[in-house]
Design a protein around this ligand. Sequence first.
Ligand code: ARG
Length: 467
Amino acid sequence: MSQEENPVKPWGGRFSEPTDAFVERFTASVTFDQRLYHHDINGSIAHATMLTSVGVLTEDEKTAIIDGLEGIRSDIVEGKFDWSISLEDVHMNIEAELTKRIGITGKKLHTGRSRNDQVATDIRLYLRDEIDNIAKELTRLQSGILDLAEREADTIMPGFTHLQTAQPVTFGHHLMAWYEMMTRDYTRLMDCRERLNQSPLGAAALAGTTYPIDREQTAALLGFNHPTRNSLDSVSDRDFAIEFSAFAAILMTHLSRASEELVLWASAQFNFINLPDRFCTGSSIMPQKKNPDVPELVRGKTGRVNGHLISLLTLMKSQPLAYNKDNQEDKEPLFDAIDTVKDCLRAFADMVPAIESKKESMYEAAKRGFSTATDLADYLVRKGIPFRDSHEVVGKAVGYGVETGKDLSEMTLEELQGFSKEIQQDVFDVLTLEGSVAARNHIGGTAPAQVRIAVENAKQELEGRNS
Ligand code: ARG
C-alpha cells in the first residue's frame, strides 16, 4: 500500500490545499474495500457497455476500457497491483489506474455514474456471490446432518427440558431438529438474496443522471432482476447488509446451540459422543485433556456476528437521505460476518459427519431419570384413568423409585400395582425406552420410523436445492 506518491485526487478540482495526512488515512477505505475489486470491474464493464449502446461512448472507447480493466483485474489477482491510500477507495484506485494505462478514454468511464451508485452496486454483487457460497456450505452441512441422523435413527438418548432428563428421544430425531433450524436459515438467506438482487446503477450521486442511460440493460448484464425504483433510496439503502447480518446472527445462534450440546456431550460427565482428534486440541499443562475447541470457537464467534448486526442497525439509524459517508462503515462488519459464517459452516460441515455416538452410554443415561414416567401416565389414561389422576399416581411411583433407587422399569408388577390396580403385565412394553420412542409415531415425533421419513423428505428437499 503506497501513500507517499500522492496522486492527484479525482475530486481535487475545488480544493486549494492537500488533504491532511491523517484525514487521508482516516477517510480511506481501500485497506478493506479492495476485496470488492472483481465486482467493481464487472460493474464498470456493464456501465461502459451500456454507455456505448446509448451512444455516449464509441465502440473503440468501450474496447479500450474493457481491455484496460481486464488487465487491471489480472494484475490484482496476481498481487501486482499497487493500492494507494491517497486514492481513497477501490473505485478511485481502479479508475485512476485505468486512466494511467489507456489515457483520456479512462476518464470517460465515470460518465453518468457516481461512487454512490457504484459502491451500492458493488456490495450487492459481492454479497450475492458470497450468499451463493454460503448457501452451498450450509447445504453441505445439512446433508452431513442427514447422513448422521439416518445412521442414528434408532439410537436412544435422553431428551431434555431444563437440561433435566425429560423423555427418551432418538439421537436421529435430535439431529433432525438441528436440520430444521438450518432449513429456516437457508430460506431466510434466499429471501435476502431475492430482495438484494436489484440494480442501483444509474442512480448516480442521488438524483439520477442527464445522460440517456439504459438501466434495464446494466441490470440485465449484471444478473440483477431489475433496476431499483428510486434513486435516493438506491444510494442510501443498506437493508440487504442488515438482512444478511440478521440471517448470519440467527444461523450463528443456532450453531452456538449445537456447539454447546457437542461440548456437553463430549464431556466425561455426559460421555455421549466422541469428537475425532482432528477437531480437538490438547492442553499445554494437563496431559489428559482433549478439548472440543472447534465447537467452543463457533460458540464464541457468535458474539461478533451478533455484534455486527447491531453495528449495522445502529449505523443506519437516523441517517438522513441520501448517501452519507457513514455508509463506508457498512463494509467491515458485513465482511467479517461473511468470513465468520463461512469459516464456522466449513468447520461444522467437516466435523458433523465425523461425530461418533456412544450408544450404550446414551442408553444408560436415558434409563436414569425416570424418562418413561409420561409413558406410564399415558398407559393409565388408556386404562380409563383421567390424566391428572394418572399424573398423581405416577408421581408417587417416581417418589418410591427415588427412595429405593429403582427405575420404573425395574419395579415388580406387584410394586407398581401398589400405586394403581389398573397396572397389568403389559405395562412393561411402555416402560422400555424402545417402546417409549416407538410409540411417538406421528409427523414430527421421535419414533425411528418417523426419523427415517423425515430424513427421506429432507433429502428430496436438498435435491431440489441443487437443481
Ligand atoms: N468508499 C465509499 C464508501 O464505501 C464510496 C462512496 C464514496 N462516495 C462519496 N460521495 N464520498 O461508501
